[in-house]
Design a protein around this ligand. Structure first.
Ligand code: SF4
Length: 445
C-alpha cells in the first residue's frame, strides 16, 4: 500500500490491508465507523427496516420525521406472492412541537388510525434518531396498543445514531423473536426455515424451487415473501438455513438456543457456492433420498452452465474487479464467481463483515489484493484507480463512484430487478458483467 495511503485517515489504516501485508490481529472490523470518514454504511433504523420490510402483510410505522420514512421507502426489490401492504410507508411525521412535548400521543393515534382502516395482524413501530433523543417510551405505547387492539404491535428500537447497520439487523432479529416466541413448539415438522433471503427479484422462489426438486419442505421464509401466518410457523422447523449471515446469524443463534433449531450458513451466489449449499442442506437433514436427488440436481445444473460460461470466458479473462458489498458471505461468493470467469479481484470490502469473513476472503484473494472494511468513497476511488479495476460490484451508493471514474458497474444490492441468485443468477450475472465491462462507452470516458 506504500504510496497510495497518504490520503487515508490515520484511524482508518487498520481497516485496510493487503494479503501479504496482513499480519498480527488482521483487519480491524465490526467496530463503529471512524468519525469524519463518511462511511458507506446505513444507519441502525435502515438496517432494521430492510430486514423487516419484506413481511408482506405487516404495517411498518416509522416513528420520527418524515425523512426517515422516505429514506427506506420501498428500497428493496422484494417481491410478494400475496399482499402488497409492505410497499407503503407510514410515518408519525414528528415536527418541532412533538419534539418539545413528546410524540407518544401521536404514535398511539397513528396506531389507532391504522386499526380503523385496516386489520393487520402485526404492526412494527420503528424508533428513529429523534425518538432516541426525546426519549418517547415506544415500548409502553406498543404494549398498550397490543392490549387495546388485540394484535401484535412490536417496537423496533433503532435510533439511527445508536450504532450502525448491524445493530439494526439485531433490532430486527429481536422483533422477529418477539413475534415468533409465543408459538414455540416442542413438536417439530419435517422441514426448514430460510433465513436472510429477501426475495429480491424473486430469489426466494428460486431457492424454494431447488429445495422442492430435492424433496425438502420449506416451513417458513424470513423475511422474503413472508406473511404473519407463515412466519409464526418458524418454531416448528427442524433446521434453519442462513443466506445473509450478516443480518440473520443472531436470529439463528437465538432460535438454536431458545427453540432447539440448529442452523447452517449457506450462499446461493455462484455455481460453487450454490452446489455446496444444496449438498450441505441435504447432508444436514441426513435423508438419503434427498442426498441422492441433490447430487443429481447439482451435477445436472452445473454441467449445463459449463458450456455457457466457456462461451463468455474469452471476453472476460484478465479483467480486474473491485467488490464493495454489505456482508461477508456475498463478497466471498463474488470472489469465487469472478475466479470462475477468470477475473481477478483486486479490491474487496464489506460494510459489516466479521473477522471470520475476512479470514476466508484472505484465503481466496491474491497477495496484493486490497481488503477494506467499512470504506468511504474517497478510499474506494483511490484503490480502484491504483489497482486498475475494470469493474465495481456494489450498490446504489457505489454506482456513481464507478461511473465518475469511467469504470463499469454491476448492481448487486437490494434495489436490483433481476435475480443474481442460484444457477439462473449465474447466467444473468455473467451476461451483465460481460455487457458492462466490454461496453464501448468506456473508450469515450
Ligand atoms: S440516521 Fe437517524 S434521522 Fe437519519 S434516517 Fe436514520 S434514523 Fe432517520
Amino acid at each position: 500500500m506504500t504510496g497510495i495511503n497518504s490520503n487515508i485517515l490515520a484511524d482508518r489504516k487498520k481497516s485496510i490491508v493487503y494479503k501479504s501485508g496482513c499480519k498480527g490481529d488482521g483487519i480491524t472490523c465490526d467496530t463503529e465507523s471512524v468519525t469524519g470518514s463518511v462511511s458507506q454504511r446505513a444507519c441502525v433504523f435502515c438496517g432494521a427496516r430492510v430486514v423487516l420490510n419484506p413481511i408482506t402483510d405487516a404495517f411498518h410505522i416509522v416513528h420520527g420525521p418524515i425523512g426517515c420514512a422516505s429514506y427506506t421507502w420501498d428500497i428493496r426489490g422484494s417481491l410478494s406472492s400475496g399482499d402488497e401492504l409492505y410497499r407503503n410507508s407510514f410515518s408519525t411525521d414528528l415536527s418541532e412541537t412533538d419534539i418539545v412535548f413528546g410524540g407518544e400521543k401521536k404514535l398511539a393515534a397513528a396506531i389507532d388510525e391504522v386499526m380503523k382502516h385496516y386489520s393487520p395482524n402485526v404492526i412494527f413501530v420503528y424508533a428513529t434518531c429523534i425518538v432516541g433523543v426525546i426519549g418517547d417510551d415506544i415500548n409502553a405505547v406498543c404494549k398498550t396498543a397490543e392490549q387495546k387492539h388485540n394484535i401484535r404491535v412490536i417496537p423496533v428500537l433503532s435510533p439511527g445514531f445508536a450504532g450502525h447497520k448491524s445493530m439494526g439487523y439485531k433490532a430486527a432479529c429481536n422483533a422477529i423473536m418477539s413475534l415468533v416466541s409465543p408459538y414455540k413448539s416442542e413438536q417439530k415438522v419435517d422441514g426448514i426455515n430460510i433465513l436472510g433471503d429477501f426475495n429480491l427479484a424473486g430469489e426466494m422462489w428460486i431457492i424454494q424451487n431447488y429445495l422442492k426438486q430435492i424433496g425438502v419442505n420449506v416451513v417458513s421464509r424470513i423475511t422474503g415473501d413472508a406473511s404473519f401466518d407463515n412466519i409464526i410457523k418458524a418454531p416448528t422447523a427442524n433446521l434453519n438455513i442462513v443466506q445473509c449471515a450478516g443480518s440473520m446469524t443472531y436470529l439463528a443463534k437465538r432460535m438454536e438456543e431458545e427453540m432447539d433449531i440448529p442452523f447452517i450458513k449457506v450462499s446461493f451466489f455462484g455455481i460453487e457456492d450454490t452446489t455446496d449449499s444444496i449438498m450441505r442442506i441435504a447432508y444436514a437433514l441426513g435423508n438419503d433420498a434427498c442426498i441422492r436427488k441433490a447430487k443429481e440436481f447439482t451435477k445436472q445444473q452445473s454441467s449445463k452452465l459449463k458450456t455457457f460460461l466457456d462461451k463468455y470466458k474469452p471476453n472476460l479473462e484478465g479483467k480486474k474487479a473491485a467488490i464493495f458489498v454489505g456482508g461477508g458471505f456475498k463478497a466471498i461468493s463474488l470472489i469465487r464467481q469472478f475466479k470462475e470467469l477468470k477475473i481477478e479481484t483486486v479490491v474487496v470490502g464489506t460494510q459489516t463483515g466479521k473477522k471470520e469473513d475476512y479470514e476466508i476472503i484472505k484465503s481466496l484473494v491474491n497477495e496484493n489484493t486490497i481488503v477494506l472494511d467499512d470504506t468511504n468513497p474517497s478510499e474506494l476511488e483511490q484503490f480502484m484507480l491504483a489497482m486498475s479495476a475494470d469493474i465495481l460490484v456494489g450498490g446504489v451508493k457505489e454506482r456513481p463512484l464507478a461511473y465518475k471514474l469511467g469504470i463499469a458497474f454491476c448492481d448487486h444490492n437490494h434495489e436490483r430487478k433481476q435475480p443474481l441468485l442460484g444457477y439462473e443468477g449465474v447466467i444473468n450475472f455473467t451476461k451483465e458483467i460481460n455487457l458492462t465491462i466490454n461496453s464501448p462507452v468506456w473508450r469515450y470516458t
